[in-house]
Design a protein around this ligand. Structure first.
Ligand SMILES: Cc1cc2nc3c(=O)[nH]c(=O)nc-3n(C[C@H](O)[C@H](O)[C@H](O)COP(=O)(O)O)c2cc1C
Length: 154
C-alpha cells in the first residue's frame, strides 16, 4: 500500500458545483478501488493538495488520470511512500475548502476545524501525507494573517 501526495493549480476558479461534481465522481471510483484520502482546495490561491492512499498500482493509475486532467495544471508530486496503515481510512475522498466558507455537504471533513496546535504534526505519528496537509493549512493561515497585518498597518 502507498500514500501519494501532490499539489496543483486549478485551471480556473472552481465553483462549488464543479467541486461537488468532481468529488461525487472521484468518490465513486475511489470506493470501487478501495482508495482513500483527502482533497483540499484553496479558493484564495486556487490550489489543490491531495493525499491518495491505497494499493500501489491503483493509486498510481488514478494519479496518472489526475495528472492528465485539464481542470488543473502544474501537478507536482510531493511524495509517494509505502505505508502499512491509512491515515484517512474512513474517507473515500474527504474534502475541505481551505478558506472561510465550509459548505455543509455530507463528507466534508472536519479536518480544518481541528485545532492546529504548534508542533502537532511533529508529535503525532501521522504519515507524510497528513503532515503535508497540516503544513499546507498552516502556511495558508500564515499568509492570511500576514495579509491581515499589512492591511491593518496601511
Ligand atoms: C484536483 C483533482 C482531484 C481528483 N481526484 C480524483 C480522485 O481522488 N479519484 C478519481 O477517481 N478521480 C479524481 N479526479 C478526476 C480524475 O482526474 C479523472 O477525471 C477521473 O479519474 C476519470 O475517471 P473516469 O475515466 O472513470 O471518468 C480528480 C481531478 C482533479 C482535478
Amino acid at each position: 500500500m502507498i500514500e501519494l501526495v501532490y499539489i496543483s493549480e486549478a485551471s480556473h476558479p472552481f465553483s462549488l458545483d464543479e467541486l461537488q461534481d468532481l468529488l461525487t465522481r472521484a468518490r465513486l471510483k475511489n470506493a470501487s478501488l478501495d482508495i482513500t484520502g483527502l482533497l483540499l482546495y484553496s479558493e484564495e490561491s486556487q490550489r489543490f493538495i491531495q493525499v491518495l492512499e491505497g494499493d500501489e498500482y491503483e493509486v498510481n493509475r488514478i494519479y496518472d488520470a489526475i495528472v492528465d486532467d485539464p481542470r488543473h495544471t502544474n501537478v507536482r508530486l510531493l511524495g509517494s511512500n509505502k505505508i502499512t496503515r491509512r491515515d484517512f481510512s474512513d474517507w473515500r475522498m474527504g474534502f475541505s475548502l481551505i478558506d472561510d466558507s465550509l459548505p455543509d455537504w455530507p463528507g466534508v471533513s472536519d479536518f480544518l476545524a481541528q485545532s492546529a496546535k504548534p508542533g502537532q504534526y511533529l508529535s503525532e505519528p501521522h504519515q507524510f501525507g497528513r503532515q503535508m496537509l497540516m503544513f499546507f493549512r498552516e502556511r495558508l493561515q500564515q499568509n492570511r494573517d500576514e495579509n491581515d497585518a499589512s492591511h491593518i498597518n496601511r
